[in-house]
Design a protein around this ligand. Sequence first.
Ligand code: ZN
Ligand code: ZN
Length: 96
Amino acid sequence: MLEIRPNCEHCNKDLPSNSIEAMICTFECTYCKTCAIEIFKNVCPSCSGNFVERPIRTSKMVEKYPASTKRVFEPKNLEKSKLNSEKNNNILPQNR
Ligand SMILES: [Zn+2]
Ligand SMILES: [Zn+2]
C-alpha cells in the first residue's frame, strides 16, 4: 500500500491524497509535477527511475486507510540532479 506522502520532497508543496499533481517513483519519492517534470525531467534525483502520477485514494478509502502525515522535505542539489537528469532523460526508464 502506498504511504501517500503529504508534500513535495523538493519544494514542500502540499500534496493531499486527492492531489492530481503528485508524482511518485518506485520508492515513492514524492514530488509535485513541476519539480518531477520541469526540474528533474522525469528522472528521480534519488534513484534515477521515472515518475508516474500517484493514483488518487478516494475520500472513503482514505478514512479507512489514512495517508501519511510524515512530511519528507529534503531539497535536492540542483547542480547534481541536473547532471543526473541530463545523463538519464534520453534513456527510456526500462533501459536505465
Ligand atoms: Zn515540488
Ligand atoms: Zn526515486
